[in-house]
Design a protein around this ligand. Sequence first.
Ligand code: XIL
Length: 482
Amino acid sequence: MNDIPARPKRRTGGRLRPLLGGACATLVAASSVVLVNVAHADTTRAAATTLKAAAELSGRYFGAAMGQDRLSDSGFLTIANREFDMMTAVNEMKPDATEPTSGHFTFSAGDAIYNWAVQHGMRVRGHTLAWHGQQPAFWRNLSGSALRSAMIEHINGVMAHYKGKLAYWDVVNEAFAEDGSRRQSNLQATGNDWIEAAFRTARAADPSVKLCYNDYNIENWNYAKTQGVYNMIKDFKARGVPVDCVGFQTHFTGGSSLPSTFQQTLSNFGALGVDVALTEVDVTNAATNQYQGLTQACVNVPRCVGITTWGIRDSDSWRGSENPLLFDRNSNPKPAYAAVLGALNAAPTTEPPTTPPTTPPTTPPTTPPTTAPTTPPPTGQPGGCTATFRMANGWPGGFQGEVTVTNSGSAAVSGWTARLTLAGGQTLGSLWNGNSTGTSGAVSVRNADYNGSLAANASTTFGFTVTGSSNTAPSDVSCTSS
Ligand code: XIL
């Protein structure tokens, strides 16, 4: 079981401290009362012994970030493979890395991370497309409509390369100032609508990936910056701007520790109709009570889909001198690891409902005709469905697949089950936008809560990774509806 949360810890000083790398200017001074809202474990369920297995018990992921240099670090890779099922590139998918000069895209470093991750059964978060930091030099020489166009071309170029492959994209990163107004950046100077322009471009470029806004110092509900971002997401949802998720970086330092309101913040954002996630977690000295509390805040909120730590061992961290991660320099789990594992295992069993990355219509549905239709309704089969497989990416030891389920009947269906048979030696890894039964041989996939209803001719997709000795496509792909 979990440790009992420690007494509320008081902040000892009001000094704001700068973060490394210049990406974040300062962190907010926030109260640091530990969350006491402990979820109750399902006692019929065996406790999982890795972070990813424990997260998966409640339908969540547990992720890490890595740089390309870690691909030759066997200590890192061993833990990553054992404990994590989601990966983020620390720097390799940022604008300066992917488009160093105008129109010349370079994906080798990002691809190396992507390939290793999916070949080990993980999904990948894309980070990030539009940001004031780590911009290509040529953006710095542009302004106005030329910079806006450069941003849009960048989003189109990078998203085309990763189309159909990523679970999430941080479309816009860190666009707010501490007082809740927009950050004064060169992108902001192109016009206040730059963020929605980025999201609309992103949706058109790849409708399969969830589109996130990501920021730091938005964990405390009673903080101006949190309110600023919340109001933007609320406005976007009301106006049909395509945003699917909000990432809370969760960099907790001496000046900004776990706020007592974190769960409330996640819950309030989730109520706007977006997924929420903790995307870059690190905590000064890996304070056990803070790690436990931030994990509980997530697992207590159905729309919180997962947690990512910004590195694995303290030696991987951009804040290395603060030892802020779950594993020490010798790859040993620290006390905070056990606290996180316990909180994940204690999560309520209900899977977090998520919505597919589709944009609600911006215009209200048209009024139905008042006169009776003159032709009789079609008489075809009321509830047929078809399933077609597409290999999104394959490699010698596995693949990432996508199945499109189409209602081929003449009436709406309220649910579907797709079936497919994996080749011998293959094992199902992650699966999204559906619920699977079986991990080898004959596998069936039932619709998720949000994508079971299909109008006649409508389609939806689910995706998955498979590891094994071959990248043979599945056979016997079929579908039944209900
Ligand atoms: C950091 C990287 O970890 C560093 O290697 C780099 O020098 C600066 O950026 N918020 C973000 C991340 O969204 O992209 C930042 O990553 C950390 C703060």
